[in-house]
Design a protein around this ligand. Sequence first.
Ligand SMILES: [Zn+2]
Length: 532
Amino acid sequence: MNNKDIFFTPKIISDYFIELTQKAHPSGGEDPLRQWVIKKVSAIQNKYTDNRGKVQVKFYHPEAKEPDERIIFLQRKGANLYADKLPVILQAHLDMVAVPGEKIFPLKLDKYTENNITWLRALKDLAHPEKGGTTLGADDGIGVATILSVLEEETLQDMPLECLFTVQEETDMASARNFDVNLLTGSKFINLDAADLKVIIYGSAGGCASVYKRKVACRESMESSQIFRISVSGLKSGHSGADINKGRQNAIKIITDILVRLNGRINRIDAAGRINSYDLLLHTINRTDRVVQNSIPAEAQAVVSVPVAQADNFVEDINKLLDLTRAANMPVEDQFSASVRVADSKELPMTAACTDSVLLLLKQLPHGVISMIPARPGLVETSTNLFDVVICDGELQIRSFNRSSNIEALSCLNNIQMNMARCFGFEPTINIDHFPLWQPDDSSELLKIAKSVYQKIYGPEAEATVIHAGLECGWIIERCGTKVECISIGPTIQDLHSENERLQLEDNGINTIESYYHAVLKIILNSFTGAR
Ligand SMILES: [Zn+2]
């Protein structure tokens, strides 16, 4: 593959980034990239003959298997004026989400311009853009490339730095949550994993998954009934934090709403008299796209049965409800697709009581935004993503993922869900796989330095904010306490984790990677000089 014609500037970041996209680095499979980073660090070491600017590998275990031992940690001592200063810490994660699969490497890069904005993306086949793209891994390959570039910066050579490369950020943050934090001696921590050029992040929501389980009670035989499979697909989905306030629908909720509406035991009255109700029994219900707590369900299906005599009307009514659902969710869900088909089922139907308890809990469990931050009306404070329903070994399991930047609001939501689950005969468990909240600190010196740099570069468009998603900084703050202050910054990357992921290179003639890199260098410099 020939990447020569698609570099951007600064050339140093471009070269590092393009080279790293040729190495496999999906979450959990970062070893080729880890080896590459070590090779690059030794090339940087060889550039300097004196100790000035000499970076040391403090932690690297090539054979390690555990995520906390697969980090790379580098240290560069200060020299001359900066010999006694505490280092600034730079951090990026080595892994990326590999979509549509782990065979996408080496990535095929493509630069294109649309509406005066130039982007870099990765394609499945460079000769056939219509076949679609793959993830680009600018999240967080650009962070990795930035750190290596900074180590080569002549103007910063006397300044002490610590560089932390983590793994598995995209799955469980297992290295950030378990690595030896005593390695860090600096107190100013710059995470290079943000995706909005003009925005400094200085706080993020915490989250936890909750699980509700019950034994499935089935009928002993199947009476003369007709079985149907109802499928919903084509929903926009998106990130369950960043996209939760965009009106995107949840496929599990859509199917539930329709089945509750048609269930004659729950819903006898139809004010408009247009939709009948049925002796409906549930066989199975499950999410059918990839089950991850970070994404809003785009696809789901249910298998149900109704008495044979009711079958014709049932199909007609379900199609009416699907049409109403489609119309109600335009234009956000313009790819919504649904079907109802006669089916077979190996599973016996659930009893009426079990069907009703499953459908009622799914109906009552909230999905989406719960509250906004009172002082910042545009920002989500608390939300929940009803992300999974599945039957396994005779047990039905429902899972929600809750986020909040207010610890009280998070536990209030957890309690509401637990009580609701108990009401419908489920056993709830909370606090599985939690990640900590990163409490914003407006008095942080590092934040003040960064804000002033951003204001000088971007003027009134510069912004400092908290986000409704989890970042590794949450673990750093949780584990290091107040002795470390954090910010997170990065260039603009859109549609992260999807086949449309793209990195912004130019915006109306302005080189955005250059302005991002300039900001990084300036924040590091001012952290040492105290200049604002
Ligand atoms: Zn990331």
